[in-house]
Design a protein around this ligand. Structure first.
Ligand code: PRP
Ligand code: ORO
Length: 217
């Protein structure tokens, strides 16, 4: 069964993964302050939801990325998804640390990826794209071939689009912020004023805190 972007957004909402906190914004990995946070890690504990996500990822990879040789997860939140997808597709799995390990073999990429292997990077969520593209850079450094990244969710930030373009990486996602806001509004998960607030944030996430007069704690 094909899983639509709307169905996956609904799943995230039902799973309680989407949290709003306009008055005490979340700090993202990139430093950006945000009134919304999507905690896909909560899906790890929800067997039916994680099965649906894994199935949807496997389906798209089987349909569109026929030559994939390795599934690589970004540490930490991408790793379990990469493991489940690689297992289902009977492909080798690897993971990419945020930086090279400071002891042992000193590697950023773990799992024996070979030069010229075609690798798909799996991430749980894309904000600026910095984490996934660091993983791509780590893989390319050992001469792996990376042209595609796959994530559950993207905020559709202009910055991420530009960075993926510049890196020559195609980003595929199961769902995105605009779909999530549509579903959340239709089903009364969020009020109209919160939808407007999040849309305003999304129009310029990095400038939002200043615009809204919110100072970082
Ligand atoms: O697109 P970006 O701007 O890089 O932001 C998204 C990244 O941030 C989160 O990871 P986090 O740094 O919180 O670490 P974790 O995966 O260990 O939870 C998320 O899991 C992505 O990896
Ligand atoms: O950019 C991030 O750090 C980030 C945003 C978000 O909504 N969820 C998450 O896990 N990380």
């Amino acid at each position: 069964m094909k899983h639509s972007s709307t169905a996956i957004a609904q799943l995230l909402l039902e799973a309680g993964a989407v949290v709003l906190s306009p008055d005490r914004p979340f700090r993202f990995a990139s430093g950006i302050l945000s009134p919304i946070y999507c905690d896909n890690r909560l899906l790890l504990a929800q067997v039916s939801a994680r099965r649906t996500i894994t199935e949807a990822m496997c389906q798209q990879i089987s349909d569109e990325l026929l030559n994939t040789e390795v599934i690589a997860g970004t540490a930490t939140a991408g790793v379990p998804w990469a493991a489940w997808v690689a297992h289902e597709l009977s492909l080798p799995m690897a993971y990419v640390r945020s930086g090279a390990k400071k002891y042992g073999r000193g590697q950023q990429v773990e799992g024996g990826v070979q030069a010229n292997q075609r690798v798909v990077v799996i991430e749980d969520l894309i904000s600026t794209g910095g984490s996934s593209l660091d993983a791509v850079a780590g893989l390319r450094q050992i001469n792996a071939l990376v042209a595609d990244c796959f994530a559950i969710f993207t905020y559709e930030m202009e910055e991420s689009k530009q960075r993926f373009n510049a890196a020559g990486v195609r980003l595929m996602t199961l769902t995105n912020l605009s779909t999530l806001l549509d579903v959340a509004a239709q089903q009364n998960y969020i009020r109209a004023e919160h939808r407007s607030l999040i849309s305003d944030w999304a129009s310029d996430p990095a400038g939002w805190a200043d615009r809204a007069g919110i100072s970082a704690e």
